[in-house]
Design a protein around this ligand. Structure first.
Ligand code: GRF
Length: 203
């Protein structure tokens, strides 16, 4: 089973997946890492692991649609069974999403459907929530709105800051993303007509 990972930055979630793969626990192979940012550190992580690292800078394209057209080509060249968004900071066009519907996962730093969008940690903190976390979800045309596959929650400490919360949640991301990817590659996690399923049961 072939996996393509899309990134824009540090790539710590990518690293978690690479680590699983290096222990033969991923159930598939990361065949390429694609970044829209030439300086993304995740590209180095990919190279260090012997994975094809591809830069596709969005600034070189006139429109979102032109960029996504090019991205579709690069992705398809690698014939992925699964596309993993790991800190890919671009909104994908409906054309892209439709092309890979049911084969694309994202991780978002909140307990979806709460806190879609950016600055999730600061917003959760400002609201005084007692619990925050992260979600792996299928990508659909609704931004951060696709069916949730797996979540991890963290409790907020009394002296919690946005930075400390981010760090806590990040550690959970590194735990749950490899699990969800493995479930998908094993055929256990799927996107059905009614949403995400695990072993055929609705999640
Ligand atoms: C994570 O917080 C993830 O939830 C969000 O982007 C960030 C990526 O971090 N989608 P990293 O590049 O994997 O370290």
């Amino acid at each position: 089973r072939r996996v393509v990972v899309l990134i824009s930055g540090n790539g710590s979630n990518l690293q978690a997946l690479i680590d699983e793969q290096s222990h033969d626990r991923l159930g598939g192979k990361i065949v390429a890492v694609i970044s829209n940012e030439p300086d993304a550190y995740g590209l180095q992580r990919a190279r260090d692991a012997g994975i094809d690292a591809v830069v596709l800078p969005h600034r070189e394209y006139e429109s979102r649609d032109a960029y996504d057209g090019a991205l579709i080509k690069v992705v398809e060249r690698h014939e992925p069974d699964l596309i993993v968004l790991a800190g890919f900071m671009r909104i994908l066009t409906p054309r892209f999403v439709q092309r890979f519907l049911g084969r694309m996962l994202n991780i978002h730093p909140s307990l979806l459907p709460a806190y879609q969008g950016l600055d999730t940690h600061a917003r959760a903190l400002a609201d005084g929530v007692t619990e925050h976390g992260c979600s792996v979800h299928f990508v659909t045309e609704e931004l951060d709105g696709g069916p949730v596959a797996l979540q991890a929650a963290v409790a907020l400490a009394d002296d919690e800051t946005a930075a400390s919360l981010k760090e806590k949640v990040h550690a959970r991301e590194h735990l749950i993303y490899p699990i969800a990817v493995k479930w998908f590659l094993e055929g256990r996690l799927q996107l059905g007509a009614e949403g995400a399923t695990f072993d055929g049961l609705p999640l």
